[in-house]
Write a protein that binds this ligand. Structure first.
Ligand code: HEM
Length: 468
C-alpha cells in the first residue's frame, strides 16, 4: 500500500454490507453448524480467525456461539456508538459478568450508577500525577527481575508475570506488613489459570458441571484471598494514616457527599487491580521482548536510546518522555499483539448500528486484534514497525482505530499505570539484556479473557557484553 502523507488525517471508509434498518435482517458472517454456531471458535489460532472473519465479511459481521447471537463490529464509527454515543443501551458482555464471581462489584464488572460512583471515587488515584509517584518502585522491581533473569533460553512470560506481580504488590500494598502476603501471588495465579481454563472460547459452551473441578478451585482461591485482603484492609483501617499506596488512596477516597467505600468495595477494587493490571502488563512486556528479539534493528535502536538517556543509572520518572522509541515499541507491540484482544458488550435493548438492528440480548464484540490489523488505518498492518508511532500517527488515526486500553466511558483506568510500568520496565531490561529468537519456539496464542501465550514466550536472553 502507498505510504500516506504525514499531515492528512486518515479517511474513515467503510467496507462490507450496510443494513436497511429492518429488524431480523442480519449482516453476513461465517457459515454456521446447527447448535454450535460459528465453527471457527474451535480453531487453534482463534486470533487469526477473528482477523480473517473481519477481513472476509467487513465492518459488521454476525454469527452464533451456541444459541447466542453475536455481532462483531470493527468500524470506528460503530465502536464510538457502542462505547460512547449509545453506551446506556449496553452493559458489559457475558464474559465480564462471569468474572464477578471473583471481582465482585469492582470497576471492571459493575454497572450503571454503582459503577459511575466507584469510577468517580477511584479515578483520581489513577491519574498520571498520582501514578508518577510509583515510578521509582517500578524501577526497583524491574531491577530485581533483572537479577533473576539468568542468560539462556527463557520463558520470559514467567519472568514478566513475576515482575508485574511484584510491582502490583508494592504499589497496592506497599505499606502493609502482612506475613501471608507471599501467598497472594500463587493464589492470583490459581484464579487466572482457573478463569482461562473455564472461559477459553469454546469451553464456555460446556455446562458448568463439566468444569466443576475448575470452579471449585476458583472458589477455594477466592476464600483464601479474601481472608488476606480483608485482613490487610482491617489492619490499615485501624491506622491513623492510611498511607499513599493504592490501598491507602482507595481507603481515603471520598464521594462528593464525603462517603468512602465499604470494606467490601475496597476488596473488590483491590481484586480488580490485581486481575486487570497484572497479567495484561506482563503480556505487553513479554510480547515486546519477543518482537524485539525478532527485529534486531528495532532492538538496537531502542537500546541506543536507553544508553543515551540512561547510561547505567536507574531510570526515573523524568526519563520517561525522553524514551519515545521505547514507548513506540510498546505501542506497536500492543497493536500487533493486544493483551486485551477483544472486549464485549450486551445490548440492553434493540439498537440500530450501521443500518443493522442489533436485537436486545446480542453480544456485541469489538475485536481489537482485527481493528489493529486493518489496512485502512495502518500501512503494512502485519509488520512490526515501531517507527510508525514517531511521526504523529496517533493524531491522524480515526478515533477508536487503536484500542489496546478500550475506549469511551469504560476505558482502562490503569492505562497511565500500564504505560509507565511498560516504559520503565522495558528500558531497565534493555540496559542489561539482549534478546534473540529461540529457533525452536513458535508463538501459539489462546484467546481467553486475555491473549495468552500457550506454553509461554520463549526468548534467548543474554547479558550485554558491554555491561558489567
Ligand atoms: C497493558 C496493560 C493493560 C491493558 C492492555 C488493559 C486493557 C484494558 C481494557 C481493554 C479495558 C476495557 C475493557 C472493556 O471496555 O470491556 C480495561 C479496563 C480496566 N482496566 Fe486495564 N489494561 C491494562 C492495565 C491495567 C492496569 C495496570 C490496571 C490497574 C492498575 C488496570 C485496571 C483496569 C480497570 C479497573 C478497568 C475497568 C475500568 C472501568 O470499567 O471503569 N488495567 N483495561
Amino acid at each position: 500500500m502507498e505510504a500516506r502523507s504525514r499531515d492528512t488525517p486518515i479517511e474513515v471508509t467503510r467496507i462490507g454490507a450496510v443494513g436497511r434498518g429492518v429488524p431480523g435482517e442480519r449482516p453476513p458472517g461465517p457459515k454456521e453448524i446447527p447448535l454450535v454456531g460459528n465453527p471457527r471458535i474451535f480453531e487453534r489460532d482463534s486470533l487469526a480467525a477473528f482477523i480473517d472473519t473481519a477481513r472476509t465479511y467487513g465492518d459488521t459481521v454476525s454469527y452464533h456461539i451456541g444459541p447466542q447471537l453475536v455481532f462483531l463490529l470493527t468500524h470506528p464509527d460503530d465502536i464510538a456508538q457502542v462505547v460512547l454515543g449509545e453506551q446506556s443501551k449496553f452493559m458489559k458482555g457475558a464474559l465480564t459478568h462471569e468474572l464477578s464471581g471473583f471481582l465482585g462489584r469492582g470497576l471492571v464488572t459493575s454497572e450503571g450508577r454503582f459503577w459511575r460512583r466507584q469510577r468517580k471515587i477511584a479515578a483520581p488515584s489513577f491519574t498520571r500525577r498520582h501514578i508518577e509517584k510509583f515510578a521509582d518502585t517500578m524501577v526497583v522491581c524491574s531491577r530485581r527481575a533483572l537479577g533473576t533473569m539468568h542468560p539462556g533460553v527463557r520463558n520470559v512470560h514467567v519472568d514478566m508475570m513475576e515482575m508485574t506481580l511484584d510491582i502490583v504488590l508494592e504499589t497496592v500494598f506497599g505499606h502493609a506488613e502482612v506475613p501471608d502476603i507471599s501467598a497472594v501471588g500463587p493464589l492470583v495465579e490459581t484464579m487466572m489459570e482457573g478463569f482461562h481454563r473455564a472461559y477459553l472460547s469454546w469451553r464456555r459452551l460446556l455446562p458448568r458441571l463439566a468444569m466443576k473441578r475448575t470452579h471449585d478451585a476458583l472458589a477455594d482461591a477466592r476464600v483464601q484471598l479474601d481472608e488476606i485482603f480483608y485482613g490487610i484492609i482491617k489492619q490499615r483501617r485501624a491506622q491513623a494514616d492510611y498511607g499513599d499506596d493504592l490501598l491507602g488512596r482507595l481507603l481515603a477516597a471520598r464521594d462528593d457527599d464525603g462517603t468512602g467505600m465499604t470494606d467490601e468495595q475496597v476488596r473488590d477494587e483491590v481484586a480488580t487491580i490485581f486481575l486487570a493490571g497484572h497479567e495484561t502488563t506482563a503480556l505487553s512486556l513479554s510480547f515486546a521482548m519477543l518482537l524485539l528479539a525478532e527485529h534486531p534493528d528495532a532492538q538496537a535502536r531502542a537500546r541506543a536510546e536507553v544508553d543515551q538517556v540512561l547510561g547505567e543509572r536507574p531510570a526515573t520518572m523524568q526519563d520517561v518522555r525522553r524514551l519515545p522509541y521505547v514507548e513506540a515499541v510498546l505501542k506497536e507491540s500492543m497493536r500487533v499483539l493486544p493483551p486485551v484482544y477483544l472486549f464485549g458488550r450486551e445490548a440492553l435493548e434493540d439498537v440500530e448500528i450501521a443500518g443493522w438492528v442489533i436485537p436486545r440480548g446480542t453480544q456485541v464484540l469489538t475485536p481489537v486484534c482485527a481493528i489493529h490489523k486493518d489496512a485502512r488505518w495502518y500501512d503494512d498492518p502485519d509488520r512490526f514497525v515501531p517507527e510508525r508511532w514517531l511521526d504523529g500517527l496517533a493524531d491522524r488515526l480515526p478515533k477508536y482505530a487503536y484500542l489496546p486500553f478500550g475506549a469511551g466511558a469504560r476505558v482502562c483506568v490503569g492505562n497511565h499505570f500500564a504505560m509507565l510500568e511498560g516504559i520503565l520496565g522495558l528500558a531497565t531490561l534493555l540496559q542489561r539484556l539482549e534478546f534473540a529468537p529461540d529457533p525452536d519456539f513458535e508463538l501459539q496464542l489462546l484467546t481467553s479473557v486475555t491473549l495468552r501465550p500457550k506454553g509461554g514466550v520463549s526468548v534467548r536472553v543474554s547479558r550485554r557484553r558491554d555491561r558489567a
